[in-house]
Structures are given as structure tokens and as C-alpha cells.
Design a protein around this ligand. Structure first.
Ligand SMILES: Nc1nc2c(ncn2[C@@H]2O[C@H](COP(=O)(O)OP(=O)(O)O)[C@@H](O)[C@H]2O)c(=O)[nH]1
Ligand SMILES: [Mg+2]
Length: 277
């Protein structure tokens, strides 16, 4: 991903989402299960307001399932329904249908008490770039795409997918910006290939990765590189580069590439107890 976000883009994206929200009953918010904070939009709560919401933690195959479960429990405590998906492999139609039905349940019950029968639910899919929105939409679209509409005002097309007689999912072309205002989240996004790192950042990102593994997941590095212990960063890079016959200053690049290629198995970079926002 190499999208550059500027205030103008952000205002435009915000308006587009606000406009789209008027036409839907609920929101399906995709977040990367490895980095649910960094991959969430900082204004999402304000944007969604009181609409029912289903958080979909995508890429669950790349995250540590125990930590993903903690995230789901954490959202539950906050009164938000969350599910985790491998968008490439799981039965997304069934999971999304059930999730949306549960998210809408309180509203439907309120409506029924007032004598209003529930009508078809329209759910808008939102999320920052690279969380898997298009993949999700495409997998849902194995059913038929009922409409591609151009709405006046904002130039955008809305793709609506009829999932069942109870649910229609609306694709949102308005891209939301990630939580890059804090350097830590920028690093997390780069570790998950969700923003493009630039040359001068590679050392810092790789060093963050090294410190993370050294503190919490040492055995994963030892196992993968078949080394005895982690001493210091320099000797770690020396081992990495020597084995492939590359100059030592290529260490950070090689290590970051392995991280981004999921060489060490599922990794969750963010845990709910570290959550501040
Ligand atoms: N391993 C894994 N990869 C996924 C998953 N969902 C999406 N991807 C990959 O993530 C990348 C970004 O997905 P995309 O749908 O383009 O994201 P978008 O920018 O939100 O529309 C693609 O390479 C997808 O194949 C998932 O659940 N697991
Ligand atoms: Mg997309």
C-alpha cells in the first residue's frame, strides 16, 4: 500500500462514509486481527455513532488465536459484537449473516415491541486499506450483485450484494485512513505490510520487531533461524546476512521481509490490555 493521506483526502473520505451511512442499517467494520488498534480508523466511533456494528477481525490465520479470542472478549465487554475470519478460507456468507443478525437483534426486538416488522438489513463494509474488504466483498459476491449505482453528489459507486432475503451488504468505496498519528501504530502497520515503509524507517521498524520477539516470542526466532540464543541486534543481523552471503547492512531488510512474509507463524502485535484508545 502506498496511499498518502492528507487532510483533504481525510475530509473527503469522512464525507463519503457519512453519506453512505445514511442509507444503511448497520456497519461491518473490518480490522486486521494482528493489529486491531493500528488498523482502525481513529474517527470510526464518531462516524458510526449509534448504528449497530459488527467488528470483523480479518486475517485470523495470521494472528495468534488466543490473543484474537481476547480481543473478541474485550469488544464484548464494551458491548460490541466481534467475529474473527480467515477471509480467504472461512465460510464468510454464513459468518457474516449470523454476525449481522446478532448485531441487529436489539434493534429488531425494539422494533417488534412497537409493532414494526424487521425489514431487510443493509450493512456497509468499512475499513482501512489492506484489511481485506475487497476480498470479503468478492467472496460474498458469489451470490449475485444486485446493483451498481452511481449516487449524485459524491462520485462513487455503491456495489450492493444480496446475501439473503434478510441481508444486503454494501461495498464502500470510501477509504478510511488508519491510525498512523502515533509512531507505534505506523510501525505495526508496516510490520503487517499495510503501509509502505521508506528506507530510513526500515532500521527502526526491524529493531522494533527484534525487541518484540526478544521480549515475548524469542523461541520463534531461534526456531526459524536455527540459532542458540539472541544476544544483541548486531550479531543477530550478522547471522542473518552471513548465511545468505549478503553484506551486514542488509540485515534489517532481510529480517523485515521475513516478518512481512509471516516466516515465524501467526503473530499478534497488539493485545487488548495495551489498548488505551
Ligand atoms: N492470510 C490472509 N490474507 C488475507 C485475508 N483477507 C485478505 N487477505 C489478503 O490481504 C490483502 C489485502 O486484501 P484486500 O481485500 O485487497 O484489502 P482491502 O484494501 O481492504 O480491500 C490481499 O493480499 C488479500 O489476499 C485473510 O483473512 N487472511
Ligand atoms: Mg480494496
Amino acid at each position: 500500500m502506498s496511499i498518502q493521506w492528507f487532510p483533504g483526502h481525510m475530509t473527503k473520505a469522512k464525507r463519503a462514509i457519512e453519506e453512505q451511512l445514511k442509507a444503511v442499517d448497520m456497519v461491518i467494520e473490518c480490522r486486521d486481527a494482528r493489529i486491531p488498534i493500528a488498523s482502525s480508523n481513529p474517527m470510526i466511533e464518531e462516524l458510526i455513532q449509534h448504528k449497530p456494528r459488527l467488528i470483523v477481525l480479518t486475517k485470523r490465520d495470521l494472528a495468534e488465536s488466543k490473543i484474537t479470542d481476547q480481543w473478541i472478549a474485550h469488544y464484548q465487554e464494551e458491548g460490541i459484537l466481534a467475529i474473527a475470519l480467515n477471509v480467504l478460507k472461512d465460510n464468510v456468507i454464513s459468518s457474516i449473516s449470523k454476525g449481522c443478525e446478532l448485531a441487529m437483534k436489539p434493534k429488531h426486538e425494539r422494533d417488534l415491541k412497537r409493532g414494526i416488522r424487521p425489514r431487510m438489513t443493509r450493512a456497509l463494509v468499512v475499513g482501512v486499506p489492506n484489511v481485506g474488504k475487497s476480498t470479503l466483498i468478492n467472496r460474498l459476491a458469489h451470490r449475485k450483485v444486485v446493483e451498481v449505482a452511481n449516487r449524485p453528489g459524491v462520485t462513487m459507486s455503491l456495489k450492493r450484494i444480496r446475501i439473503s432475503d434478510k441481508l444486503e451488504v454494501v461495498d464502500s468505496p470510501g477509504l478510511l485512513w488508519p491510525r498512523f498519528e502515533d509512531q507505534l501504530y505506523g510501525i505495526h502497520l508496516a510490520l503487517c505490510s499495510s503501509i509502505k515503509e521508506t528506507g530510513y524507517q526500515i532500521d527502526a521498524i526491524a529493531q522494533y520487531g527484534y525487541d518484540f520477539f526478544k521480549e515475548e516470542r524469542t523461541e520463534k526466532l531461534l526456531e526459524y533461524y536455527k540459532i542458540e540464543s539472541l544476544d544483541d541486534l548486531e550479531s543477530f543481523y550478522r547471522v542473518l546476512t552471513t548465511r545468505v552471503g549478503q553484506p551486514e547492512d542488509r540485515g534489517p531488510q532481510l529480517f523485515l521481509r521475513d516478518i512481512q512474509n509471516h516466516a515465524f507463524g501467526p503473530i499478534s502485535w497488539e493485545k487488548p490490555d495495551e489498548r488505551t484508545a
